[in-house]
Design a protein around this ligand. Sequence first.
Ligand code: ADP
Ligand code: GLC
Length: 499
Amino acid sequence: MDPDDVLPMRPMRVLFAASEMAPWVKTGGLGDVAGALPDALAAAGCDVRVLLPAYPRLMQALPQRSLVAHVDRLGGALPPARLWRAHLPGGLQVLLLDAESLYARDGNPYLGPDGRDWPDNGMRFGLLARVAALLSSGDSPLTWRPQVLHCNDWQTGLAPAFLHFLHPGRAAASVMTVHNLSFTGSFDAALMTDLGLPWHAFRFDAVEFHGRLSFLKAGLQLADRITTVSPTYADEILRPEFGCGLEGLLRHRRDRLSGILNGIDTVVWDPARDPALEVCYDAATLARKREGRAALQRALGLAAQDTAPLLGVISRLTEQKGLDLLLQAADRLLSQRMQLAVLGSGEAWMEQGFRDLAARHPGACAVRIGFDETLAHRIEAGADLFVMPSRFEPCGLNQMYSLRYGTPPIVRRTGGLADTVVDASGPPLHDGTANGFVFDAPSADALAGTVERAAALWRDRPRFEALQRAGMRADFGWHVAARRYLAVYRAAASPADAD
Ligand code: ADP
Ligand code: GLC
C-alpha cells in the first residue's frame, strides 16, 4: 500500500483538470476558480498540480517549461501529444497538454471566429479528459501519481469514464465538480470510436444520454464524488426545473453530492489595492468610492450626476443571467434618473437589445459589448448597486466581488446568490447581516420594484453605508472552500467510499 494512503497528515496528491484558467484564458467563473482554488488547496496542505490544454496564451505566458512526457497510442483517432511542466509565478505546478492541431488557437477556448463551437470540441476535450485519466492511473508516464483527479464541468467530465473503462483497478479516485449543469458536452455517439472508448460504455448508467455521448453525464455517473459550487444549487439540481434531465441520476447519487460555495481571489479583487482603479478605497474611506463613480461616468460617457444610483452589470448575456428582465425594466428605471453601465457579451439578440437601450438613453445608459477585465473592475468599484437577476446561478462570483467593493448586489434568490446575499428588509441594518437586495419572481416587475427599493435606501446615506460595510467585512476567501474540498478528496480516496 502507498504510505500516503495510510498517513493522513501527508499532503494529498491532487490533479486538478480544467479547460480555462484566469488570468490567461477565461470565459467566466470556471476560469476564476481554476486560477485561485488550486493555490488555496496548496495552502491547505495539498500537493496539487493543474492540467490544462497548452493554449497559445498559456505557452507564451510560461516560456520556462520542461517537456515531461510524450503521450501517444491513446486509442481511437486521438492524436499524439506532448506534456510540458511549468510553474506559475506563485509556484503552482501546471501540466500543459500540447497537441497543436487541437489547442493552438487564440481567443475563446470553445468558440471559433464565427462565434460557434469549434466542430472538433469533442476531440479537443476528449483528449484532455483522456490524458487527465492516464495521469491519474497506474499507467501514467509520470512518476508523480495523484490520489484524486478533480474534474471540472463537461470539458473534463469524461475522465472518470476513461478511468473506469480503460484503467480498472489502477485508477485514482475522482471528483466531478459541476459549475453549470446546463452545458452537458453532448456529442454524436460515433465519437466513442474516435476517443477509443469501448462500446460497452455506451449505456444509460455510464456515458450515454438520450442516444448521445454526454461528457458531463459520464462524470456525474462515474466519479466517486460530485460537488457543485453552492449548497443551494446542490439542492436545486435534484429538481426538474434545474436538473436539465439529470435530476434522476443526481437524486440517485445524492449521498455522493455536496455543495461547496466558491470563494473569490481577494488579492485580484481588492478595492484597496486594485491597479485597475484610479481611486482605491476601503471600508474606512468609502467616500472615495464616489470618485471612482465619477471616473466611470466620464469613461463611459455618462452624465456626471449623483442624485440617483448608477447600476452596474458585468455578465455573459444569456437567458441564464436573466438580463432580458433588466432589458424590460430598464426604461422604467432610467426614467427615474438612474444610470446603467453594462459590460457583457453573449447572445446576439440580447447584445442588440442593450445597444438599442443605450441608443434610447444617451448619457444615462452605457453598454460595452466584449470582454474587458479592467472595465469589469472599474464597474465593480464605480457602480452604486450591482444587478444580477439570474434565472439560475450555480454560484456566481460577481455578487461576491460587488460585496467586497461596497456595491450592494440586487439578486434573484437562486443558487449561490441565495447563499451569499441577505436582503436589507430582513434583519436590522445595524446588526450587519444584511448586505444587498433579494427578490423571488423572475419578472421585470419584481426586479424593477427591488431596484426602486434599493434606490430609496441609497438616498439614506448612513443606512446605505451600513449595508456597504456589511458586505465589505465578509470573508469570501478560498480557504474555507479549500478545506471542504480536502474533506471531499479524503472521502473519495478512502476505500470505504467505493460503490
Ligand atoms: P459565469 O461563470 O456563469 O459567467 P460567474 O459570476 O461565476 O458567472 O463568473 C463570471 C466571471 O467572468 C466574473 O469574473 C466576471 O467578472 C467575468 N466576466 C463576465 N463577463 C465579462 C466581460 N464581458 N468582461 C469582463 N469580465 C467578464
Ligand atoms: C459557472 C456558473 C457560475 C459559477 C461559475 C464558477 O459558470 O454559471 O454561477 O460561479 O461556474 O463555479
